[in-house]
Design a binder for this molecule. Structure first.
Ligand code: ADP
Ligand code: MG
Ligand code: MG
Length: 885
């Protein structure tokens, strides 16, 4: 730990820099950086995150030298501003702002206008010549400070304000006079001391330390903890505190405040995009209290209020120039906050802007074309998990829609679900497996858990940079914001659309976050396409990665989707789905329940041509790409008839009595089917099943090779191997069948016979097993179940508890447990290669589509990952990231 805790910025010089985010937080580091590159930033200083760590490690106390360091830096700010903190004639006012390493929108509390008291307010009046402004600033400060620092219930003061307006017979805050605000300040303070038994602090230094303590304290408030949990932000990062001299956007009509993105954060288009308010302070823009105005005429829509480009053209020009400077400097799209005080522009924040997946791709591809970044950087700019948003269906443009309202397209994608009005309800309904849309007048940080649970978010108020919009984009959720067409009534649990239609809690609506439309009922969707910028980026992605990406697909249709998403083969084709088909299940049951080999063979002969047809379809779709087919895996148990009528009809076709059949079914019942008579154990006890499947695979391949000139190398995969002896027997059987088919067709077809590694014993003896296997495919779903000794089907009852309480960092069925299961994978790779150099290695569990797991697979040197077709682009991008990092 260093002995320096406070870092100054101001007047073109800064002790910090953008590279110091860990120490200064994102806000502090970028305030320093902007200062250094000559942008107009009000001077101030940043108290480092190390102080936060110290604060929590030492029972809420500070390092000894902090007081004097703060005093010294405050004096520097005073000198630059030519004002003195607490001075009755010429007071300096400051803001106290939190700022962690990662941006946590709305999570931490900022206090503005700090330093005001009954004496200093006179100085502000004398200087500004505006008594009303001074008392408005003062009452805002008392409200914010008492809420954030003292724990005063803010509704009490808000109510007092409403009463004051009533008493004066006015409707708007702006109608209150200087004298009214002055009275209110006194009344506020009185009610604070009545409610809290504690005076509002008059001493500016006491105010400052109170605020600093509150920022550090807010790092551990519930909202912040929830946000960190949802975003995997470690608690030990801590927050920094920024103390910065105030500038005022609320001193008249030549003042303003606003937020902007250097490009459109929703589409990624290269246009300056933002919102501002004349004569307003700080959070007025994001809070959604007043309707914000557009930054420029490009974004202006009919009915919008005048743009900043028209109202404050000089400042707009300056801001547009800063936009270019920032993008050149940071080489990324920025999200900025600014304030104009009496015609003078100040920058208050910049950070890399959150963006939707389409915007991320467009910005990355455009910036490469503009020469701002190279292809490598462009690929690294898009997070693999973000693509998920693009790979989901969007609304079918041809489907009929009943549009009942239109709001702002705040975060794209489409979502249908039942309407709920509170975050708690959203969470509760989601737990019941419902899809839902959270409808709020506006959202606040208290709603985060509900937004997380919902499929989409609809708000009646707030702009493109409102809390709802920013958070939804961050979560990759569809959001329609600022939908003035609807009137929300929380009490009646309903909202009314402009046409008078009433939508009640529980009714289904659909949101289109790309157009802002709100529709009644569920609207059908269509599959996404990989064209345009997406296609360009994926081309770059493929040039960087080493790991191949295959898909898990069981049908010709899924195979086609997989290939369209760029799959380079099928890593797992499950054959049991083919058995469950309504027409086939009867034959399958007949086979299982036959008393003798002959009966089984008769039944299997019925299934053979169907299986062969399946494989022909899949091979055709995959156009010569490798296809790994897993022989029958699930417990026989799962195929048994349960319903009485099924047992009866089956008994008839088997020519046995219902009674006899029922006994047989009971006999085959298993207590623990997942560890029972399944996988290769079936293949060993009923060899004719696997023989039939191998025959179907090889006949399909031979026919296509012979008649249609395909080149196919089928990969036959034997599941649930625990010992090499099992594999040895089954491999010999398979080879016999393959050779018989090849001889019969008289063509040359190569084939591979390999196994899944999905039991710890297989991983532990992979060197032995490799002597009988041409390839390994890690079945990490079962390998996770058997390594942890937990059943995935039952884990829902306790696994979430484990994750919430930090007993496990993540659900091991979603992201591969690298320390445990991963160790087995790594070991099996090494053992396998030791007896069969160049053995083909892949993974076919769900983990094949999880970015962190894909990076692990790259690092242990697998040849390919295989995942569900819709996740193929995610895996491709993750594989490129793995190769580039
Ligand atoms: P958040 O992290 O929630 O964005 P900020 O610290 O950025 O919180 O501040 C909240 C609002 O107050 C922003 O609109 C910001 O621009 C404004 N603000 C902060 N410091 C100052 C200041 N020194 N002068 C004027 N406005 C400020
Ligand atoms: Mg804040
Ligand atoms: Mg901010």
């Amino acid at each position: 730990m260093s002995s320096k805790y406070v870092y100054f910025f101001g007047n073109g010089k800064a002790e910090g820099a953008a590279t110091m985010k860990n120490l200064l937080g994102g806000k502090g580091a970028n305030l320093a950086e902007m200062t250094s590159i000559g942008l107009p930033v009000p001077p101030g200083f940043t108290i480092s995150t190390e102080v936060c760590t110290y604060y929590y490690a030492h029972g809420d106390s500070y390092p000894q030298s902090l007081k004097s360091e703060v005093a010294a830096h405050l004096a520097e700010v005073e000198k630059l501003m030519e004002r003195t903190f607490g001075d009755p004639k010429n007071p300096l006012l400051v803001s106290v702002r939190s700022g962690a390493r990662a941006s946590m929108p709305g999570m931490m509390d900022t206090i503005l206008n700090l330093g005001l008291n009954d004496t200093t307010v006179q100085g502000i009046i004398a200087q500004s010549g505006d008594e009303r402004f001074a008392y408005d600033a003062y009452r805002r400060f008392v409200q914010m400070y008492s809420d954030v620092v003292m724990g005063m219930d803010k509704h009490i003061l808000e109510h007092q304000l409403e009463m004051k307006k009533e008493q004066k017979g006015v409707h708007l805050d702006t109608d209150l006079t200087a004298a009214d605000w002055k009275e209110l300040v006194a009344e506020f303070k009185k009610s604070i001391s009545e409610h809290l038994g504690q005076q509002f602090p008059e001493d500016p230094h006491e105010q400052l330390w109170g605020a600093i303590g509150a920022v550090f304290g807010s790092w551990m408030n519930q909202r912040a903890i929830t946000y960190r949990r949802l975003n995997n932000i470690p608690a030990d990062w801590g927050t920094a505190v920024n103390v910065q001299s105030m500038v005022f956007g609320n001193m008249g009509d030549d003042c303003a405040t606003g937020v902007a993105f250097t490009r459109d954060p929703s589409t990624g288009e290269n246009y300056f995009y933002g919102e501002y308010l004349v004569n307003a302070q700080g959070e007025d823009v994001v809070a959604g209290i007043r309707t914000p105005q557009p930054l420029n005429n490009h974004q202006k829509k009919p009915g919008d209020l005048p743009s900043m480009e028209d109202v404050l053209p000089e400042c707009y020009g300056q801001l547009a120039a800063i936009r270019t400077v920032l993008e050149k400097h940071y080489q990324d799209m920025q999200d900025i906050e600014f304030t104009i005080e009496k015609g003078k522009l100040f920058m208050l924040q910049t950070r890399n802007g959150k963006r939707t997946a389409p915007a991320a791709i467009k910005v990355a591809v455009d910036m490469e074309k503009e020469g701002l970044i190279d292809k490598r950087t462009a690929v690294l700019r898009v997070a693999p998990s973000q693509l998920d948003q693009l790979l989901h269906p969007s609304l079918d443009p041809k489907a009929p829609k009943k549009v009942i309202a239109k709001g702002l397209p705040a975060s794209p994608g489409a979502a249908s679900g039942v309407v709920v009005f509170t975050a708690d309800e959203a969470e509760a309904e989601a737990k019941m497996g419902k899809r839902l849309i959270l409808v709020r007048i506006e959202t606040s940080p208290e709603d985060i858990h509900g937004m997380h649970a919902a499929q989409g978010i609809l708000t009646a108020r707030g702009g493109m940079t409102s809390h709802a919009a920013v958070v939804a984009r961050g979560m990759g959720k569809c959001c329609v914001a600022g939908c003035g067409d609807i009137k929300v009534d929380y009490k009646a649990e309903q909202f009314t659309a402009r046409n008078g239609q009433v939508i009640k809690k529980g009714d289904v609506i659909t949101l289109d976050g790309s157009t802002g439309e709100v529709m009644l009922g569920e609207v059908p969707t269509v599959s996404p396409k990989m064209t345009g910028d997406f296609g360009t980026l994926m081309g770059w992605v493929d040039s960087f990665r080493r790991l191949k990406v295959r898909a898990n697909a069981d049908t010709p249709h899924d195979s086609r989707v997989a290939r369209e998403f760029g799959a380079e083969g099928i890593g797992l084709c499950r054959t049991e789905h083919m058995f469950f088909d309504a027409e086939r299940i009867a034959a399958v049951r007949e086979m299982i329940l036959s008393e003798d080999l002959e009966g089984r063979q008769t039944a299997l002969a019925k299934i053979l041509p169907m299986q062969k047809g399946d494989f022909i379809g899949i091979f055709r779709e995959m156009k010569g790409l490798p296809v790994t087919i897993r022989l029958l895996d699930p417990p026989l148990h799962e195929f048994l008839p349960q319903e009485e009528k099924d047992i009866e009809s089956l008994a008839k076709s088997l020519h046995v009595s219902t009674q006899q059949l029922r006994h047989k079914v009971e006999f085959l019942h298993e207590f623990n089917p997942m560890l029972g008579h399944r996988g290769c154990r079936l293949g060993l006890t009923y060899p004719e099943i696997y023989d039939m499947q191998v025959q179907a695979i090889m006949e399909a391949a031979c026919e296509l090779v012979k008649n249609e000139g395909y080149s196919i190398i089928p990969e036959i995969m034997i599941p649930l191997i625990a010992t090499v002896s099992e594999l040895k027997t089954l491999r010999a059987n398979s080879i016999r069948v393959c050779e018989e088919v090849i001889a019969r067709y008289g063509v040359k077809v190569d084939y591979l016979i390999g196994t899944m590694i999905e039991l710890p014993r297989a991983a532990l003896t992979a060197d032995e097993i490799a002597t009988e296997a041409d390839f390994f495919s890690f079945g990490t779903n079962d390998l996770t179940q058997t390594t942890f000794g937990l059943s995935r089907d039952d884990a829902g009852k306790f696994l979430p508890f484990y994750v919430e309480n930090g007993l496990l960092p993540e659900d091991p069925f979603i992201s591969l447990d690298q320390n445990g299961v991963g160790k087995l994978v790594r070991m099996a790779c090494e053992l396998g290669r030791s007896t069969r150099a160049g053995i083909k290695l892949g993974i076919c569990g769900e983990h094949g589509g999880d970015p962190a797991s894909v990076i692990f697979c790259h690092n242990v040197g697998l040849d390919y990952v295989s995942c569900s077709p819709f996740r193929v682009p995610i895996a491709r991008l993750a594989a490129a990231h793995a190769a580039l990092c």
